[in-house]
Design a protein around this ligand. Structure first.
Ligand code: F0G
Length: 446
């Protein structure tokens, strides 16, 4: 059931085919280099790109810009306490700021961090502390067709084998990313979260939840985990987060805000350490690099994120988008994730080998054909790993409507009709850091 109507609108336009062709070539076949004005339906990310509610905009007007002791920060503390169950909050400019603050307080050189799957910035922050990020995704997480309900889970078996190899004393940190962005946005069950808590206790490690998409995850738990079939989203969210020692949050996702993030914990010692790091890297601990109005908008957004109507609308609209793509014969990762639909570029363009970057070729064709911008998450973004060739079409929150999704599905279908003519790509210039090459490298058709 649709849960929103528009109160403010933004004009968009599909540039001419000529313009799209030129824009793509000028961008070096890398859609990160396109001007947003040249994009018709922008599915690059769900991060910070959502529409805020009237209540959030009202909060913006009332944002308190005081350097210290801002009323907006008190509102955030109260929202985090009510919605997420933690007493102490360290605000940061966005999620990766929170990662820097928290992982810097928990990790030392030579440590190992276990995660269901590290998101790019998480991996980079763990590595930046001189620690080693190790992924322990569930068995079958990369199976693009199975209908397992919780493919985002952390594999306890894999985690135990990491500990057997390196020794428990080297593993001070276990992270669960809910939903699991780097595994096609798949959810994590509360049952798995409980078992990860027990595992962390066994090896005397801290347990952190990356809660960026905690509300979507709670929606999946209610739909798929019997114990919670009758529970309210808000209850599920609090229960799942209650197992963690601390959470890292990007307010740009399920904070329903355009900026912001935070660390939250009940551990006083950890809180003090994070606060000191936050002063160094983010700002005074009652604003943390955000303006007071951003803090205020996020405080309202967190409460809206666990409203029943919001979560139902969110999961239903991403699910309906996935259905349109499937009906149009486009191969996708199933079941679809919470924040995005992932296209299976390997299956869509079987005539291209991995080193011709089928995912990136598909991204370029979606833009050329219909002005649609997605992002490659395959061998272009992750060189030297054996991930499947996926293209993520991330869905900004409360922003696009059925007609936009129909346009994307029609675009993808007409791209696939002419798939045999689609050329692969080769890299013609790239930065020195291969982990970040997909943001800035230039390519050319082979
Ligand atoms: N953790 C996860 C699971 C994320 O998906 C992101 C960001 C971050 C941390 C970092 O948060 O962007 O506020 O600094 N993901 C975005 C994306 C960028 O497009 O998936 P941030």
């Amino acid at each position: 059931m649709v849960a929103y109507k528009s109160k403010v609108v933004e004009r968009i336009e599909l540039p001419s085919r000529d313009r799209r062709e030129r824009a793509l070539a000028e961008a070096g076949y890398n859609v990160f280099d396109l001007a947003a004005e040249d994009v018709f339906v922008d599915l690059l990310t769900d991060s910070g790109t959502g529409a805020m509610s009237d209540a959030q905009w009202a909060a913006v007007m009332r944002g308190d810009e005081s350097y210290a002791g801002s009323r907006s920060f008190a509102e955030l503390e109260s929202a985090v306490r009510d919605v997420m169950g933690f007493e102490r909050v360290v605000p940061t400019h966005q999620g990766r700021g929170a990662e820097n603050v928290l992982y810097g307080a928990l990790l030392e050189a030579g440590d190992v961090a276990i995660n269901n799957t590290h998101f790019d910035t998480t991996r980079a922050h763990v590595a930046n502390q001189g620690a080693e990020p190790v992924d322990c995704p569930a068995e079958g997480a990369h199976d693009r067709q199975s209908d397992e309900p919780f493919k985002g889970n952390l594999s306890l078996e894999r985690a135990r084998s990491v500990v057997d190899d390196v020794g428990a004393e080297r593993v001070p940190l276990v992270i669960s990313t809910i939903t699991n962005n780097s595994t096609a946005g798949q959810p994590v069950s509360v049952e798995n979260t409980r078992r990860v808590r027990e595992f962390a206790d066994e090896i005397d490690a801290r347990f952190v939840i990356d809660a960026c998409r905690f509300a979507e995850n709670a929606g999946f738990v209610r739909r798929r985990e019997d114990e919670f079939a009758e529970a309210e989203i808000a209850e599920i969210a609090r229960e799942q987060l209650s197992y963690a020692d601390a959470i890292v949050m990007s307010g740009k996702k399920d904070g329903l805000a355009n900026a912001g993030g935070f660390v939250a914990t009940d551990d006083e010692g950890l809180f003090e350490r994070c606060k000191q790091r936050a002063i160094l890297f983010e700002g005074f601990p009652t604003y943390g690099g955000m303006s007071g109005r951003d803090v205020a908008a996020m405080a309202v957004g967190l409460r809206e994120a666990v409203e029943e109507a919001y979560v139902t609308d969110r999961l239903d609209s991403v699910g309906a988008f996935a259905g349109l793509l499937e009906d149009a014969g486009v191969p996708i990762y199933t079941p679809p994730g919470g924040h995005a639909v992932y296209l299976d570029a390997g299956a869509a363009l079987p005539h291209l080998s991995d080193d011709e970057f089928p995912g990136q070729a598909l991204v370029c064709e979606l833009y050329r054909e219909g002005g649609v911008r997605g992002v490659e998450l395959g061998s272009f973004a992750f060189p030297d790993t054996d991930r499947p060739e996926l293209v993520r079409l991330a869905v900004p929150r409360r922003t696009y409507h059925a007609e936009h999704f129909e346009h994307v599905a029609e675009t993808a279908a007409s791209v696939l009709e002419n798939r045999a003519a689609i050329d692969g790509l080769e890299i013609v210039s790239e930065p020195e850091t291969p982990e970040l090459r997909h943001f800035t490298a230039d390519l050319e058709p082979v």
